[in-house]
Design a protein around this ligand. Structure first.
Ligand code: NAP
Length: 271
């Protein structure tokens, strides 16, 4: 299937590791020119170099940039850098790290503010500032403009010890649905992707924290997560990235406003 992604310009945030990195790699493999960013210049440069080695894509088709998505000024700058470098922006993939785990008594008002800045406001600000460029891209002949937001399965089915994530992701869903409705007439699609338990640094950290709290081994904790999925295993980042690539593609032209779980069948609700 030709996905129609050749030479499209993508920006993936939070892309030095994990799901963001895997998404950037697969978009590059499918022909996109990919700008990828994270807070660390060293890590993001290494991440771009690893993509070039693994995919055989030329390094000049990858643009590693520094951006802390909690900072609006850095978002403005990173989007300007992408457009100055490649002339346009077709695909925005919003992503960042996850907030700390814990229950209601574990967090102060500042913790709540920080989580909302990391996972909700960052998404809103990235979309706000990318939008003029996405609108231009959509208006071109054979144009393509996509917004994809990486959130969490906790948006559909809250996870007991992830209060901060549960609340922030629900906000992203409301924002995404509003944006999909408004941008639909312009041919810009807006979708969210909801990972279930997928092998990344973040998941390893969550397992270590649970180990400290409960005394269970990391293997037991991972097995209990795997057991929740219909497929009885954890996901791999490349499985998640395949869904990102499809929703970014020209072939996904009639899919918008969707919250797609990529969770091996962990969610048990009908719709
Ligand atoms: N893996 C899972 O099982 C799973 C399940 C559900 C939801 N999620 C969610 O999916 C998202 C990605 O998770 P992951 O597992 O891929 O996590 P990860 O392996 O920890 O990767 C997070 C990435 O985000 C970057 N990052 C963190 N804070 C940032 C910031 N303020 N600005 C810009 N970049 C930032 C990190 O890079 P630097 O450190 O270099 O900045 C890193 O590249 C998270 O929101 C996570 O909560 C993951």
């Amino acid at each position: 299937m030709d996905l129609g992604l050749q030479d499209r310009i993508a920006l993936v945030t939070g892309a030095s590791s994990g799901l963001g990195w895997a998404a950037a790699r697969e978009l590059a493999r499918e022909g996109c020119k990919v700008a990828l960013c994270s807070r660390s210049e060293t890590r993001i440069r290494q991440a771009a170099a690893r993509i070039a080695v693994e995919t055989g894509v030329a390094e000049d088709r990858l643009l590693p940039l520094v951006c802390d998505v909690r900072e609006e000024a850095q978002i403005v700058q990173v989007i300007e850098q992408v457009v100055a470098h490649w002339g346009q922006l077709n695909i925005l993939v919003t992503n960042a790290g996850g907030p700390p785990a814990g229950y209601i008594g574990d967090f102060t008002a500042d913790d709540w503010r920080a989580a909302l800045e990391l996972n909700l406001l960052s998404t809103i600000n990235l979309c706000r500032h990318a939008l003029p460029h996405l609108r231009q891209a959509a208006r071109k002949p054979n144009g393509l403009a996509r917004i994809l937001m990486i959130t969490s399965i906790s948006a559909k089915q809250p996870i007991p010890n992830l209060y901060l994530s549960n609340a922030a992701r629900a906000g992203v869903q409301g924002f995404a649905k509003s944006l999909a409705e408004e941008l639909g007439p312009e041919g810009i699609t807006v979708n969210t992707l909801l990972p279930g338990y997928t092998r990344t640094e973040r998941l390893a950290e969550l397992a270590r924290l649970q180990q400290q709290r409960t005394g269970r081994s990391v293997e037991e904790i991972e097995a209990s997560w795997a057991e929740q999925a219909a497929l009885k295993r954890l996901g791999e980042p490349e499985e998640f990235a395949a869904a990102v690539v499809f929703l970014a593609s020209a072939r996904a032209s009639y899919i918008t406003g969707v919250a797609l779980p990529v969770d091996g069948g962990r969610s048990k609700h009908l719709l």
